[in-house]
Each structure stands twice: as structure tokens, then as C-alpha cells.
Write a protein that binds this ligand. Structure first.
Ligand code: LMR
Length: 336
């Protein structure tokens, strides 16, 4: 074989190999980008519903370009791992409760101050204002980009005891709390013993008596069946559980423009959808708990509420330095 024939053959072979190798990559480039959304609650909750809506809208706006996979109920990542997972790129969207960010920004602790917001409408006004919006980008230097606030609702307190009307009724009891120093201080102010614990572990902890009580929204108390293992739920409305949808800032900034636009629009529309549903889902969950007749619902008098407020008031002073008096003032102004 002449030397130029050998060269031509080699070139042909190299071309064939290159084509064979390139094929799967070409096929890969055309397949949709997999985008994972992980959260810790059930699907029949405000967050569960909003996440499913986001998937539906994103896939409709970006046909063939994205495949959004939603993992509810801590199936993919639980409380302890989800923030790290976003930073590592193992999941693209999560929506932790606002109580779970205090390692990333102290200012966000404002949402946990007891009796700060009168209702979810006040929370909404604060989030939509200048200060609330600024918090969405306050963790960019830590690699997290906030995209939206999603509502759940006001927190109620529950225990395995018959009496739960006044602060003294929780003295000495063990409470599961989310990973938040403000919530820890809140229960200490009530002379109770708070224990930080992942959401997925709460039912069992209540059932086995590892803790006596917890605080959560009606939708979480219902969907996690806490009402089956608690005797009394007091309608305290003493705080809020709301969420920030966050993503990896670097990943988000690097998205192709059309994908970012489609995902942003889907997020905005899913936010409106979920936030409108939240009140109804909580009211429905409350009704189902009443109908089940397992836990007693304790209504509070004005005097009872005043006593809870007074007992928890020291928490504000304790965190004023970290949060900032201005931010607390702005949040207070959101009450009508
Ligand atoms: C909790 O841990 O109690 C809640 O933050 C769970 C949730 O995401 O609503």
C-alpha cells in the first residue's frame, strides 16, 4: 500500500470514529435539560401544588427543552441536605421555609419573630415591598439566588396534652422546631425545651414522645397526620411558615436566555397560582382536622393571645441587632 493510500485510509477511519462519537452527543444536546425540584412537604399542600404548577408551566413554555422533575416529601433531599445539594448542583430548585436560611443571612430571621405579622396578607405586602425583594438577592454572595416567595400560612401550636391555652401550659414541654435560632429562643422564652429536627422526622417524634409538641400550619399538621398524634391544637397564629424558592446563582446566570426567560415566567405564574391557593388549602386542612375529631382545637381569647405575646416578646430584643431595627420596622408597617 502506498503511503498516501495509508494516510487516506487513516483519515477515513478517523472521520468514521469522530462521527460515531459525535452522534450520542448530538442526540444528548437535543434531549431536554433535566431540572430537579426537591421539597419536603406532601403534594396536597400549597408548596406541593405550586411546585407541580411550575413543572406544568415550564414544560409548556419550553417544549422539548426542559424536563422538570418534582420530588416531594423529602424523597430526594431532606432539610439537612437540600441547601448544600443546590450549591453542589445536585438539584436546581428547592423552596425551604424562611426559617431555614439563617446560616446564609441573618436578616431573613425577621420572618420568625413571634407575632410580627397579623396575617398572611401582611406577610405578602412585606415580601412584595422593597425590603422583602432585597432579601431575595441577599444570599447571592453565598451562591444562592432567591426567585420567589411562596406562601403557606400562619403557625398553630400543638401538644400531646389536654390543656393548651396559656403560655404556662407549655412550660417544661419538649417542642420540635425548625432549624432556626429565633424559634429556639421563642420556646426558651416560654420555659419549654426546643429541639431542632428535620421535618420528615416530626411525626415519629410526636408519636413516640421524643417531643411533646410542635408548631406548624394547618396544611402541614393535616398532611403529615400530626393531628393524629397530638391531643390539642391551639389556634395561636403566632408566626408564619412561608418559603423562598432558591436556585444556584451560577447555574441560573449561565442558562441560555430563552430557557431562563421560560423558567422565570413559569415561576412567576406558579407563584401567583400557589399563593392564591394557600389560604384555601389551609382552611380545608383545618376543617378536615375538625371533622376527624381526633385532636381538640383550642380557640384563644384576646386575653390568652395577649399572654402569649407578652411571654414571647423578649425574642424581638434578642435578635434586633442581627436583623436590624429598620427591617423589623418595615415588616411591622406591612400590618394594616
Ligand atoms: C417544617 O419544617 O416544619 C416546615 O418548614 C416544612 C415545610 O416546608 O413546610
Amino acid at each position: 500500500m502506498k503511503i498516501n493510500q495509508i494516510i487516506r485510509r487513516k483519515a477515513l477511519l478517523a472521520g468514521a470514529i469522530a462521527t460515531a462519537l459525535a452522534l450520542p452527543f448530538a442526540a444528548f444536546a437535543q434531549s431536554p435539560m433535566v431540572v430537579k425540584f426537591s421539597h419536603v412537604v406532601a403534594e396536597n399542600t400549597p408548596k406541593g401544588q405550586a411546585a407541580l404548577k411550575f413543572k406544568e408551566l415550564a414544560e409548556k413554555k419550553l417544549p422539548g427543552k426542559v424536563n422538570v422533575q418534582v420530588f416531594p416529601s423529602s424523597q430526594l433531599f431532606g432539610d439537612a441536605k437540600e441547601l448544600e445539594a443546590v450549591l453542589l448542583g445536585d438539584v436546581q430548585f428547592i423552596a425551604p421555609s424562611l426559617s431555614k436560611f439563617d446560616r446564609y443571612t441573618k436578616k431573613i430571621q425577621v420572618f420568625d419573630l413571634p407575632f410580627l405579622f397579623d396575617d398572611i396578607e401582611a406577610v405578602d405586602r412585606f415580601q412584595a415591598g422593597k425590603d422583602g425583594q432585597a432579601l431575595l438577592t441577599s444570599m447571592t454572595n453565598r451562591g444562592l439566588r432567591g426567585l420567589a416567595y411562596w406562601h403557606n400560612g400562619m403557625k398553630q401550636m400543638s401538644t400531646g396534652k389536654d390543656k393548651l391555652a396559656r403560655p404556662e401550659d407549655v412550660s417544661g414541654l419538649k417542642f420540635r422546631i425548625q432549624a432556626s435560632d429565633v424559634l429556639e429562643a421563642q420556646f426558651r422564652a416560654l420555659n419549654a425545651n426546643p429541639q431542632k429536627m428535620a421535618f420528615s422526622e416530626v411525626y415519629q417524634a410526636l408519636q413516640t414522645g421524643v417531643v411533646d409538641g410542635q408548631e406548624n400550619t394547618w396544611s402541614n399538621i393535616y398532611s403529615q397526620k400530626f393531628f393524629e398524634v397530638q391531643k390539642t391544637i391551639a389556634e395561636t397564629n403566632h408566626g408564619v411558615i412561608d418559603y423562598m424558592v432558591v436556585t444556584n446563582a451560577k447555574w441560573w446566570d449561565g442558562l441560555p436566555a430563552d430557557v431562563k426567560k421560560g423558567l422565570s415566567e413559569a415561576m412567576a405564574e406558579a407563584t401567583t397560582y400557589g399563593n392564591k391557593l394557600a389560604d384555601d388549602i389551609n382552611a380545608d386542612a383545618r376543617k378536615k382536622i375538625v371533622d376527624a375529631g381526633k385532636a381538640k382545637i383550642q380557640k384563644l381569647s384576646k386575653d390568652d393571645v395577649a399572654a402569649w405575646r407578652k411571654a414571647m416578646a423578649p425574642v424581638w430584643k434578642k435578635f434586633e441587632g442581627e436583623i436590624g431595627a429598620d427591617l423589623i420596622g418595615a415588616a411591622q408597617k406591612a400590618n394594616k
